[in-house]
Design a binder for this molecule. Structure first.
Ligand SMILES: C[S@@+](CC[C@H](N)C(=O)[O-])C[C@H]1O[C@@H](n2cnc3c(N)ncnc32)[C@H](O)[C@@H]1O
Length: 230
């Protein structure tokens, strides 16, 4: 557990030490990768998101929560493990109607919340960082029938790596704002393995896209998966 918490805490603490968080305007686009403008936007969560209830698992500074609340008129809750990140997200976007932020582990939040959602998503967030059998089952229980799960993860074949062939997490790194790296455990599956895990929890995979950062060819950098609750 400590190995999972520390890098994310260190990341948030470095960011806040570098620059105090202040109010921001909501980004005009939802991003699924670290390369702005790459791939689809919010439309993969549904064509009309007005009044929909949406949950982000691992929201960090809350940019996508802000976009969905401000520009798509959705009711969005962003959850993050690190209280400092949640404070940062509230400083940036707490003024936007429909945007709410909560501190907690994604799995615990899903287990404790009494509500269901039209869509749940993760952008390099909790999906891939928490045991998939547990997290996907908890997500599935909190999705309405027909609800959408979308998540992006670092591509399992990025920089010449290979997807896991067993069910265990692999060592990966989080790059800190000061460019040092700290280890994290990450489940790194190919699309077929994600589809099998999704299917076991009542979720049917509906798309899988490989996004390529234009300066990091020839390998794909991000895997973006959507699924629907049966
Ligand atoms: C790489 S950042 C991505 C942040 C945000 N989704 C974005 O795109 O800007 C990963 C975030 O996931 C959070 N996180 C990691 N494990 C988590 C967990 N088990 N539950 C909730 N949040 C988690 C971290 O604290 C961190 O803020």
């Amino acid at each position: 557990m400590l190995a999972q918490v520390s890098p994310w805490y260190a990341h948030a603490a470095q960011r806040l030490a570098a620059a105090p968080a202040h109010a921001l305007t909501a980004p005009a686009r939802m991003e699924w990768s670290t390369c702005p403008g790459l791939g689809p936007g919010a439309e993969i969560l549904g064509r009309d998101l007005r009044g929909k209830h949406i949950l982000e698992l691992g929201c960090g500074p809350g940019h996508n929560v802000a976009h969905l609340a401000k520009h798509r008129q959705a009711h969005v809750t962003g959850v993050d493990l690190i209280g400092l990140q949640v404070r940062r997200a509230r400083s940036h976007y707490g003024h936007i109607a429909g945007a709410t932020f909560a501190a907690g582990h994604a799995l615990h939040h899903l287990q404790a919340t009494g509500r269901t959602f039209d869509a749940i998503y993760s952008v390099f967030g909790a999906v891939g960082l928490v045991a998939p059998a547990l997290l996907l089952a908890a997500i599935s229980r909190r999705l309405q029938p027909g609800g959408v799960l979308a998540f992006s993860v670092p591509h399992p074949a990025r920089a010449g790596r290979h997807p896991s062939t067993d069910g265990r997490p692999r060592e990966d790194y989080v790059t800190m704002p000061d460019r040092t790296r700290l280890p994290v455990a990450r489940w790194e599956f190919d699309t077929r393995t994600w589809a099998a895990h999704l299917s076991r929890t009542g979720l049917r995979i509906t798309s899988a896209q490989e996004l390529r950062h234009p300066h990091r060819a020839p390998w794909p950098t991000t895997l973006l998966i959507t699924a629907r609750k049966r």
